[in-house]
Design a binder for this molecule. Structure first.
Ligand code: NAP
Ligand code: MG
Length: 404
C-alpha cells in the first residue's frame, strides 16, 4: 500500500508518563503504517525541558506559529511533590500549556467525544457542546484586600499622560473584602477572533454570554467587542455557511444550553468557562473523552487531550502491569492535527485519513471493545469488554487497515 504523503510538517510535542507511552503506540500502530509522517519533533518531557531550561517549550510554540498546526502530548507541570520526585530539576518550570498559550495568544476549545452507548446526563444533548474559555484576566489576575475598620475604598487609574480617574467603590461601617479586576481590549479581541475562526472551521454556531445587564461597562465591553468583530470581519463567512452568532445573558444561556440538542460552541469569560467546562465534561461522561484545541486569532491550531499524564497508571505500567488507559482523546488530538494539516495543504487524502482514524476508534468502541474507564459509563444492557491499551489500539488499527 502506498503511504499517504504530507507536504508540510506539523509540530509534534512529546510529553510525560503514561501519555508518552500511549503517544509512541498511537504513532506506531495507527499512523506510521499508513502515513509518510512529517513532523518537527520537540521533546517536552519534563527532563528535557529541564535540560534546555524550558527553551524547548518556547521553540515548540514558535514552530507552531510558523507551521500553523501542532499536536501535543500531556506534560507534567512540576509542583513541590514533583521537585522531590525529580531531584535533578533546577527550577519549578512553569506549565508548558501556559507558556504555549501566551506565545500563541490562543483560546482553548474543549469538546467531548460522544458515543451512542454513553448517554449524557442531560437527555436532550445529542451533539457535543464545545466550551471556549477566555484565558486571561478577570478574577485570575485580580488583587484582593481584606480590611478591618470602617472606611472608603476608591478605584483609581493613572494614565501615562498623568491624567487620573478616581471612582468611589463603597463606604463600609466594618470589616470588608475588596477585589479589583481587569481585562484588556487586546485580549478580548483576540479571544473573539479565535472563537469566530474556530466556529467557521468547525461549521458550528457560536454562542457568547456574559452578564452585561449588571456589569454594564465591564461585560458590556466584552459584548461590544464580539459584536464589532462579527460585523466587521466574520458576518459574510457565517452567512455563507448558514451559521449564527448568538449573544445572550449568561443565565439565559445556561437555561437554553440545558434544553438544547448541543452541536455549538459556547464562548465564556474566564470564570464562567472554568465552571461550565467542568460541568459540561462531567455531564457528557469522562475526562478521558475530552479533546482540547488551542486556536490563535490567525487560525493556528494546537491539538491535545484535556486530561493529564495519568500518573497512577504510569507507575503500574513501570511495574510491568498492562494498564487500561484510554487513548481516545490523544488519538483525536492526532487526527485533529492531521485533518487540519490536510485542510491547509489541500491534501484531501490526509484529511480523510484523520477522519478514518476517528471512525475506526468510534466503531471499535461501539462494537463493545473499550478501556475499563468506560465500562461503568455505558448504558445498561450494552455488551462491552474491557481491554488494555495495547489491545484496544490493535483493535482500532485492524479496523483502520480494513477501511483504507
Ligand atoms: P490526570 O492525569 O488527568 O488523571 C487523573 C485521573 O483521571 C487518573 O488517575 C485516572 O483515574 C483518570 N484518567 C485521566 N485520563 C485518563 C485516561 N486517558 N484513561 C483512563 N483514566 C484516565 O490528572 P492528574 O493526576 O491530576 O495529573 C497528572 C499530571 O498531569 C500532573 O503532573 C499534571 O501536571 C499533568 N496535567 C497535564 C495536563 C496537560 O498537559 N494538558 C493537564 C492536566 C494535568 P484512575 O487513576 O482512577 O484510573
Ligand atoms: Mg475548572
Amino acid at each position: 500500500m502506498n503511504k499517504i504523503k504530507m507536504t508540510t510538517p506539523l509540530v509534534e510535542m512529546d510529553g510525560d508518563e503514561m501519555t508518552r507511552v500511549l503517544w509512541a503506540w498511537i504513532k506506531e500502530k495507527l499512523i506510521l503504517p499508513f502515513v509518510d509522517l512529517k513532523t518537527e519533533y520537540y521533546d517536552l518531557g519534563l527532563l528535557h525541558r529541564n535540560e534546555t531550561r524550558d527553551q524547548v517549550t518556547i521553540d515548540a510554540a514558535n514552530a507552531t506559529r510558523r507551521l500553523g498546526v501542532a499536536v501535543k502530548c500531556a506534560t507534567i507541570t512540576p509542583n513541590r511533590q514533583r521537585m522531590e520526585e525529580y531531584p535533578e530539576l533546577t527550577e519549578m518550570w512553569k506549565s508548558p500549556n501556559g507558556t504555549i498559550r501566551a506565545i500563541l495568544d490562543g483560546t482553548a476549545f474543549r469538546a467531548p467525544i460522544l458515543l451512542p452507548a454513553i448517554r449524557p446526563v442531560v437527555k436532550t444533548w445529542e451533539q457535543p457542546i464545545t466550551i471556549a474559555r477566555h484565558a486571561y484576566g478577570d478574577m485570575y489576575k485580580a488583587v484582593d484586600l481584606a480590611t478591618e475598620e470602617p472606611g472608603t475604598a476608591t478605584l483609581s487609574f493613572r494614565g501615562q499622560s498623568g491624567a487620573e480617574r478616581v471612582l468611589e467603590v463603597q463606604t463600609v461601617r466594618g470589616p470588608a473584602i475588596w477585589q479589583a479586576q481587569h481585562n484588556t481590549e487586546e485580549s478580548i479581541r483576540a479571544f473573539a477572533r479565535s472563537c469566530f475562526q474556530y466556529a467557521l472551521s468547525q461549521k458550528q454556531d457560536l454562542w457568547f454570554s456574559t452578564k452585561d445587564t449588571i456589569a454594564k461597562v465591564y461585560d458590556g465591553e466584552f459584548k461590544r467587542i464580539f459584536e464589532e468583530e462579527y460585523e466587521t470581519s466574520y458576518r459574510p463567512a457565517f452567512e455563507r455557511q448558514g451559521l449564527t452568532y448568538f449573544y445572550t445573558l449568561i443565565d439565559d444561556a445556561v437555561a437554553r444550553v440545558l434544553r438544547s440538542k448541543g452541536g455549538f460552541i459556547w464562548a465564556l469569560k474566564n470564570y464562567d468557562g472554568d465552571v461550565m467546562s467542568d460541568m459540561v465534561a462531567t455531564a457528557f461522561g469522562s475526562l478521558a473523552m475530552m479533546t482540547s484545541v488551542l486556536v490563535s486569532p490567525d487560525g493556528t491550531m494546537e491539538f491535545e487531550a484535556s486530561h493529564g499524564t495519568v500518573t497512577r497508571h504510569y507507575y503500574r505500567y513501570l511495574q510491568g502491569e498492562p494498564t487500561s488507559t484510554n487513548p481516545i482523546a490523544t488519538i483525536f488530538a492526532w487526527s485533529g492535527a492531521l485533518k487540519r494539516r490536510g485542510e491547509l495543504d489541500q491534501l484531501p487524502e490526509l484529511t480523510r485519513f484523520g477522519e478514518a482514524m476517528e471512525t475506526a476508534s468510534l466503531e471499535t468502541l461501539t462494537a463493545g471493545t473499550m478501556t475499563k474507564d468506560l465500562l461503568s459509563l455505558v448504558e445498561p444492557g450494552f455488551q462491552a469488554t474491557g481491554v488494555n491499551s495495547q489491545e484496544f489500539l490493535d483493535a482500532i488499527a485492524q479496523r483502520l487497515a480494513e477501511t483504507l
